[in-house]
Design a binder for this molecule. Structure first.
Ligand code: NAD
Ligand code: UD1
Length: 351
């Protein structure tokens, strides 16, 4: 059984990926500062498996700490080595992710996302652990007129958050160029992950108010917010509202397991991969599907465009599908059903 370090594993995407990895026979060490998550997500993962009579005490270990703390990371790697289950790969989710906040405090974003990643890669290198799957973002592409973006599209992020993601990708490319006989690297550029685990036990629960469309729709459905403000009705799209490529978080989770398997079973290499469904959905279409599936009304009003927004962002996902033996399986119906199930069962998240 291989041991894998999951940074940011208590967060939204990390926690869902932990479930998939455990189901696929990986032993996990999770580190998280909980700056944007609750350690309860880890307890819920334990509960999920306990319900199936599986005890995770040896398979899932959680350590509270910050990836910028080199001593902390050294200790994690050293202890795993001492226990004769050295860390063979890292899934690197830890990072701050709000575009809005990154404009307010760009230095915090560079320090946390870039310095944090650099510290992690240094420690990995010193323990001869050279396999990493990094959480990148479609936001690295910036403004594009292409209908769907492939991995060779120009990298030109238009916000500090995206710039930190592009910087870490660059750093990893540099590492690979210098140690191409050793490192196995996959930058997964996520499009728009939504939904939750079908159990309703884990889901998205940011510590601050959400900025993204789907969690806001859920809060309107649940009555926490009065209505949804739609940012613009005059975009050059099917109905004037923004079009995005929404992907179920469990399909996104599965892409990590596939990327990890692929890297561990192949020669050292450096990959950039789009992770999306390749299908576009407008804000109004998503509201309609959510209302139909969950039999509820989502009231909304139109307002000004949000700075930094783009009309259409859709993945060309062919490379990931061909290379990784991965394919998104869930549709918008599942995303809306599972996302609302989580919200209904946990109106206050993990609190
Ligand atoms: P999240 O905030 O739920 O998870 C990130 C986790 O990292 C949190 O648990 C947070 O506490 C932890 N963390 C942050 N800085 C840390 C540090 N210095 N040390 C230790 N832990 C730290 O976000 P998410 O939606 O699960 O996103 C995971 C990753 O994917 C992030 O890197 C994000 O930028 C990236 N991403 C997310 C999306 C999205 O739509 N959710 C899209 C593209 C990329
Ligand atoms: C946003 C970020 C992106 C980041 C991603 C995940 C911006 C400009 N982009 O992507 O960099 O990687 O989140 O964190 O912030 N919408 C509304 N009303 C709302 C919220 C959103 O109409 O209250 C619309 C948006 O205009 C957009 C669509 O819904 O058309 C999706 O928005 P969102 O969920 O924030 O995702 P992105 O904009 O794709």
């Amino acid at each position: 059984m291989k041991t894998v370090l999951v940074t940011g594993g208590a967060g939204f995407i990390g926690s869902h990926t932990c479930i998939n990895l455990i189901e696929n026979n990986y032993r996990l060490i999770v580190v998280d500062s909980n700056i944007n998550s609750s350690p309860k997500s880890i307890e819920r993962i334990r509960q999920l498996f306990k319900n199936k009579s599986i005890d995770l005490s040896d398979l899932l270990n959680f350590f509270h700490g910050d990836i910028r703390d080199k001593n902390f990371l050294n200790q994690i790697f050293a202890n795993a080595k001492k226990d004769k289950s050295p860390i063979e790969a890292v899934l690197h989710f830890a990072g701050l992710k709000s575009v809005e906040d990154s404009f307010k405090d760009p230095m915090l974003y560079w320090e946390n996302n870039v310095v944090g990643s650099l510290t992690l890669f240094e420690v990995m290198q010193s323990f001869n652990c050279n396999t990493v799957v990094f959480s990148s973002s479609a936001t690295v592409y910036g403004i594009t007129s292409q209908k769907s973006v492939d991995e060779s599209s120009v990298i030109n992020p238009n916000n500090p958050y995206g710039q930190t993601k592009a910087a870490v990708e660059n750093l990893l490319e540099g590492i690979f160029k210098s140690y191409s006989d050793k490192w196995r690297i996959a930058n997964l550029r996520y499009f728009n992950p939504i939904g939750a685990h079908e159990s309703g036990l884990i889901g998205e629960d940011p510590n601050d108010k959400p900025n993204n469309l789907f969690p806001i729709i859920c809060r309107v459905a649940g009555g926490t917010y009065k209505n949804l403000k739609i940012f613009g009705r005059d975009w050059p799209t099917i109905d004037g509202t923004g079009v995005r490529d929404y992907i179920h978080v469990m399909d996104l989770a599965d892409s990590h397991r596939c990327a990890l398997d692929f890297l561990l079973n192949n020669q050292p290499q450096f990959l950039n991969l789009n992770i999306g469904t390749g299908k576009g959905t407008s804000v109004l279409e998503l509201i309609q599907i959510f209302s139909d599936v969950n039999e509820c009304d989502i009231s909304y009003e139109f307002c000004e465009r949000r700075p930094g927004d783009l009309p259409v962002v859709i993945a060309n996902n062919r490379k990931a599908i061909e290379l990784l033996n991965w394919c998104p399986k869930k549709n918008l119906y599942d995303m809306c059903l599972d996302g609302w199930n989580w919200q209904k069962l946990n109106p206050n998240g993990y609190k």
